[in-house]
Design a protein around this ligand. Structure first.
Ligand code: FEO
Length: 456
């Protein structure tokens, strides 16, 4: 790709990699990607970002198409992951007088990545760089998606350089969203990129959106096309995807594999126990329910129970595939446990238990195991184990907002209020009437739940 003029004195000097199919080991890139970099020209010349080290020569060629390399004054590093900082050391070897600009965290990352003591000015919120004919403002936006992340704002050209934020792994040779032919494909990749890179950092995304200047007309990310006509829609998507839905009930996911039905029987007992605890429970056999759906449910669950038989001294691959896909960033307050039936040595449940604890779920002391076919006593113990895991969950729930969720005891007049629940008898605040276990009874007079009537 050659240098592309995006606006007066703003050039794209990055590179395309249309054949890449796996980015950073874990992300699929069906339509390749681009390592974007930008050159601002004027009284002072500024590079924003470098590119993956494999594409350094093409990057230099692009810069030289616009100005001589020695005329570049500054290198702004909005984010220093090696797909962007990979050519910094090579560039500095050619242009030792360049001054690098990054956040404090960015400077440290850069030093640790290059093992060089580079000339780097650190900037904080509100700091500016006067280029004579325009002033750049730096807007730190931490955890988008590293601690070092920041935006650079060119108010004269109403252009915001956002690094990974609002990017996508997608090759658009013209570097502009308005020229994309396969718009649906781009939108799919835009959503996939958000989910993979920013999904774990939703509060930071909302903070980042609020930091974007209202009058931005051009967004220049570090992967995929620049945004012009899609800025509003992209921001709206990010805000929707990052805004938590009201939560009035805790959720549980019981995911398992079962060769001969023994672990399945345990899973069913666990699910029933969690339903009785007021959880919205989903159960899935990993050999039946698609892997991606299992991962999604695992991410959504406040309580996760993983069941597996032991095959060749381990859990089968399908179980590990789900567990190793769990993003450990947002597990605060969540609880998990492992269980399984086994025939000889029974290593699977302890292995899964150790892994779950390593992810920092709240977890009981030990997993739950049963030798071969569960007895009724085993199933009762499984239910107690599931409840003990649920008891470790501290994810908050929102109180229902309507008064009409109250129910009144037809015998003694006691009123069940979902906002208060009945914690003394195992019903958490925020539990709607429909989720109160059928075994619950009136705490005043002891009659069954079915003796209650909806409050007027
Ligand atoms: Fe594209 Fe976080 O690097």
């Amino acid at each position: 790709m050659s240098a592309i003029k995006l606006r007066e004195n703003i050039w794209s000097v990055g590179v395309l990699n249309p054949s890449l199919r796996i980015f950073d080991i874990v992300m699929e890139s069906k339509y390749g990607t681009s390592y974007n970099a930008y050159l601002l020209t004027g009284e002072k010349n500024v590079l924003i970002e470098t590119v993956h080290t494999d594409y350094f020569d093409e990057y230099l060629d692009n810069i030289r198409q616009v100005i001589p390399l020695e005329d570049v004054d500054y290198l702004i590093m909005n984010h220093n992951e090696p797909d962007h900082s990979g050519s910094v050391a090579k560039l500095m070897a050619i242009c030792p007088k360049l001054e690098i600009i990054a956040t404090k965290a960015g400077k440290k990352h850069l030093q640790d990545i290059t093992n060089l003591d580079l000339p780097c000015r650190t900037v904080a919120a509100g700091d500016t760089l006067d280029l004579g004919d325009r002033v750049l403002e730096f807007i730190p936006a931490p955890m988008l998606h590293w601690a070092d992340s920041m935006f650079t704002w060119d108010s004269k050209n109403k252009t915001l350089f956002t690094c990974d934020f609002l990017g996508a792994h997608f090759c658009e040779p013209t570097m502009l969203d308005k020229n994309i032919h396969a718009k649906a494909a781009y939108e799919g990749e835009f959503a996939y990129y958000y989910a993979g890179i920013f999904g774990p950092f939703k509060p930071s995304v909302l903070a980042g959106l609020d930091k974007m200047p209202a009058d931005v007309e051009l967004v220049c990310p570090s992967h995929g096309p620049c945004l012009t006509e899609t800025i509003s829609k992209a921001k709206e998507c990010y805000r929707t995807w990052s805004t938590p839905a009201p939560k009035t009930q805790r959720t549980a996911f019981v995911v398992y594999a079962s060769a001969y039905g023994c672990t399945r029987t345990l899973a069913e007992a666990a699910a029933k126990a969690l339903e009785d605890e007021g959880y919205a429970v989903t159960t899935a056999d990993v050999t039946v329910v698609p892997y991606a759906e299992c991962v999604k449910l695992a991410h959504e669950a406040d309580v996760l129970l993983v069941g597996s038989p032991t095959i060749n001294r381990a859990a089968p691959k399908a179980v590990w595939d789900v567990l190793t896909s769990i993003d450990p960033i947002n597990l605060k307050g969540k609880a998990a446990g492992a269980f399984g039936a086994y025939g000889w040595s029974g290593e699977a449940a302890p292995m899964l238990h150790t892994f779950l604890k390593g992810l920092r779920y709240a977890a009981p002391e030990a997993p739950f195991r049963v030798l071969f076919t569960p007895t009724q006593a085993d199933l009762d113990a499984m239910a107690e184990y599931a409840k003990s895991v649920a008891a470790l969950c501290t994810v908050p729930v929102d109180a229902p907002k309507t008064e009409c969720g109250k129910w009144v005891c037809s015998l003694c007049g006691y009123i069940y209020d979902p906002a208060e629940g009945d914690p003394a008898h195992g019903v958490a605040p925020g539990t709607p009437w429909e989720q109160v276990p059928s075994s619950w009874s009136c705490p005043l007079c002891g009659v069954d739940k079915e003796m209650f009537k909806k409050a007027e």
